[in-house]
Design a protein. Structure first.
Length: 500
């Protein structure tokens, strides 16, 4: 995205048309890049003067400045001075106070004294005084990510992004709607999906329509165009607030594309929040599988796509999860309307506590959890537990009162998986041929054989090797069942003793 002062648009016919660069501007793009390359090692002021000399030859001075702004992202400027400028100024000013500078000769005398203190000559000190100011900084390197053609492509993309920064609403159709919606959700934008005669249209709320406009939302909104433009076919229509007048902007795949490089240090914002939530939830090893960007849900004449879906592993049961992020009062009402239209699904909604609509969500037969800043995984898990209790009860009803596994040793998790239920569903089942040892079922004869070999005095390492022979991996539970304990001897290991 370019700065607002570099925006070039035409308002012909009452529209809002970005003035894109075309093939005729390739020589100008090449000359701008050539200036950056040829001015490596020289002060920024010299480069800026050369670029200013180029402006009269262009269609518009903003075109040169736009090319230069993009090139500057691949340029490195540094301060070069014999003495760090801040130190040079401090010592020079101290010397000036001592001398009492009122004339040019006094200034030279003060600089000479300061130079002596710093161990440099006076000219080097004078050059160091303001070497850290932008005009004096030196272009140390220029490593462009693209050639002149790529610069034209990036300029057009950046120009369109800048034009969209004042959008009230954007309506997008894409040949890759799933990638589009993924990008919208990743960027944390307010949106809805409408059904049309030709498919689906994604409608995104623009930054200029926010109750409180934020730079972060506007930047994320502009970045959406990069994802849109990666599709082979797309059309974008936007309503732009042009200094109080609504104008229509239309972009298609013929206008904007994406150069074959990634942007520098492009932030992820909300995608990081979602990824962090998914990682923390997955680390809990629950009986729920987390899916991102599930299939759309019908919501009346519109479509709703929740942020996540939780699929229960032991039944055909899904809980959808929606997080309400950026908002306006109108957007909240629209979301509540969508929730009212979603039928026959279980939906969990995380809602900012400041909105005060948790009870209203509950009246729509959906569960709500409030949050401030970020969604706590524990709150989500607690909500899922309520569903899980009902599912476990249903699973238990499918099991007999007792089970007789054929294996001598079998874990409860493995047995539960064989029967397509959760391990919790086995709590009320009897196992006449086995004993429960921790989370493992063991035939009494096997437990006796293990007990005969685990006499006191054996090391813990020896005991674990014996248990491995029988397929027992919970040493603590087995030793407890055999009335044995481990006596630790510093860091050298443990020895089996009779429990007292």
């Amino acid at each position: 995205m370019l700065t607002k002062d570099l925006l070039r648009v035409s308002r012909a016919g009452g529209g809002y048309h970005p003035q894109f660069a075309d093939r005729s501007h390739r020589p100008l793009a090449a000359r701008v890049m050539g200036l950056f390359e040829s001015y490596v090692g020289r002060p920024r002021a010299d480069l800026e003067a050369a670029l200013a000399d180029l402006e009269p030859e262009a269609d518009h001075f903003k075109l040169v400045r736009g090319f230069a702004a993009l090139c500057e992202r691949d340029a490195a400027f540094e301060t070069r001075a014999a003495v760090p400028p801040e130190r040079a100024r401090r010592v020079a000013f101290e010397a000036g106070e001592t001398v009492g500078v009122v004339s040019e000769a006094d200034r030279d005398r003060a600089l000479s004294r300061a130079a002596d203190r710093l161990g440099v000559d006076a000219d080097a000190l004078a050059d160091s005084l303001y070497a850290d100011r932008d005009p004096r900084q030196v272009l140390a390197a220029f490593d462009p990510r693209w050639g002149p053609d790529g610069l034209l492509t990036q300029y057009n993309l950046s120009l369109a992004q800048t034009a969209l920064f004042d959008a009230v609403e954007v309506r997008i159709r894409s040949s890759d709607p799933k990638a589009l919606i993924s990008a919208v959700k990743r960027l944390g934008l307010m949106y809805e999906v409408r059904r049309t005669d030709t498919g689906r249209e994604v409608v995104v709320t623009g930054p200029d329509h926010l109750f409180r406009r934020t730079r972060r939302y506007g930047t994320a909104f502009a970045r959406l165009l990069r994802s849109v433009a990666k599709s082979s076919e797309w059309r974008l229509e936007a309503t732009v607030d042009d200094r109080g007048t609504d104008r229509e902007l239309v972009l298609t795949d013929a206008d904007v594309s994406v150069p074959g490089v990634e942007p520098v240090a492009e932030p992820t914002y909300d995608s990081g929040v979602e990824a962090d939530f998914a990682a923390r939830f997955g680390a809990l090893d629950l009986d729920w599988e987390l899916a991102r960007e599930p299939e759309p849900l019908a919501a009346g004449a519109r479509v709703m796509i929740p942020d996540f879906a939780f699929d229960y592993r032991f039944a055909d049961f899904t809980v959808f999860f929606e997080i309400m992020g950026f908002w306006t009062p109108e957007y909240v009402e629209k979301k509540l309307g969508q929730l009212a239209d979603v039928e026959d699904v279980e939906l969990l909604v995380a809602v900012d506590e400041s909105l005060g609509v948790g009870e209203e969500i509950e009246t729509r037969d959906h569960r709500a959890i409030t949050y401030s800043g970020s969604v706590r995984v524990k709150d989500v898990v607690d909500a899922l537990r309520a569903y899980e209790e009902e599912l476990v009860t249903e699973n238990r009803a499918t099991l007999p009162d007792e089970l007789r596994p054929e294996a001598d040793v079998i874990g409860l998790d493995a047995l539960a998986a064989d029967h397509g239920v959760s391990a919790d569903a086995l709590d009320s089942v009897a196992f006449p041929d086995h004993e429960r040892v921790g989370r493992t079922l063991v035939r009494p004869g096997v437990l006796d054989a293990v007990g005969d070999r685990l006499e006191p005095g054996r090391t813990l390492a020896e005991a674990e090797a014996i248990l491995d022979e029988y397929g027992l991996d919970d040493a603590s539970a087995v030793l407890s069942a055999l009335d044995l304990r481990v006596e630790w001897e510093g860091l050298s290991g443990g020895t089996l003793r009779r429990a007292e």
